[in-house]
Design a protein around this ligand. Structure first.
Ligand SMILES: Nc1ncnc2c1ncn2[C@@H]1O[C@H](COP(=O)(O)OP(=O)(O)OP(=O)(O)O)[C@@H](O)[C@H]1O
Ligand SMILES: O=C(O)c1ccc[n+]([C@@H]2O[C@H](COP(=O)([O-])O)[C@@H](O)[C@H]2O)c1
Length: 217
């Protein structure tokens, strides 16, 4: 990470980004704006802990695509933190690293889809995580807000007020669908930045042959 310690609120956008798409970018920008974040750092997952049974594209490809996708936004950065770390990429370790880097006075906001937040009780060290950072949960198409209300009482009391919801324009875009489209020779234009689309075609990602598509191993 390259930054000074002057920032008061920093966003962390974690994801597999296989590939990154406009759903991720719109969400990050909405969170930045609504929570007055000084910047949003995208953190491509090295080895996603919850996708152990699936094959994920090479981290370097996912990192490169994230760099290309975020290059035009001066408030966006990309971190190699999880890519370069050994073992599974647990968010609690990443947040801890950010905390060490930015110091105790900076508020950290982990940005994620509201569907992912529903699973947060299964995340590693959730109690510690909720002490270290806030969560911004973006609603995505098909998500019902009341389902989050149901799981809230199960969270540690002091952590409940640290989960904030935002609504983003309904973008029914997913990485799964994009990979499927490439495999089936369907257009992906306007679902993700042009530079990422070019990268996918140039590198031959998601074609049946080299199958960056998740597959049961
Ligand atoms: N269209 C979208 N709108 C809002 N949030 C999204 C959208 N797509 C993904 N997210 C959120 O962004 C984060 C990173 O997502 P991820 O990289 O897994 O993308 P994905 O499209 O959900 O991938 P996949 O289809 O492979 O599961 C997750 O918290 C996810 O909920
Ligand atoms: O730390 C965990 O236990 C954990 C469990 C599930 C998901 N996460 C993180 O949540 C983010 C969104 O995950 P995904 O699969 O939707 O891309 C990503 O940064 C993951 O590393 C983290």
């Amino acid at each position: 990470m390259t930054a000074s310690n002057n920032y008061r609120r920093v966003g962390i956008m974690g994801g597999t980004f296989d590939p990154i798409h406009f759903g991720h970018l719109v969400t990050a920008e909405a969170a930045r704006w609504e929570f007055a974040l000084e910047k949003v750092v995208f953190v491509p997952s090295g080895r996603p802990p919850h996708k152990k049974d699936y094959r994920v594209s090479d981290p370097e490809h996912r990192y490169q695509m994230t760099v290309l996708a975020t290059a035009s936004n001066p408030y966006f950065e990309v971190s190699r933190s999880e890519i370069d770390r050994e073992g599974y990429s647990y968010t609690v370790d990443t947040v801890h690293e950010f905390r060490r880097f930015y110091g105790p006075e900076v508020q950290l906001f982990f940005i994620t889809g509201a569907d992912a937040i529903l699973e947060i009780l299964t995340w590693k060290d959730v109690d510690r995580l909720l002490k270290e950072c806030h969560f911004i949960a973006a609603t995505r198409p098909g998500f019902q807000l009341n389902r989050l209300g149901e799981s809230r009482p199960m969270l540690p009391v002091e952590g409940r007020h640290r989960i904030h919801l935002i609504e983003v324009p309904a973008l029914a875009i997913s990485s799964t669908d994009i990979r499927w489209r490439v495999q089936n020779k369907k257009p992906i234009k306007y679902l993700l930045p042009e530079a990422v689309e070019d990268y996918i075609h140039r590198q031959g990602l998601y074609r049946p042959r080299d199958c960056g598509v998740y597959e049961k191993s």
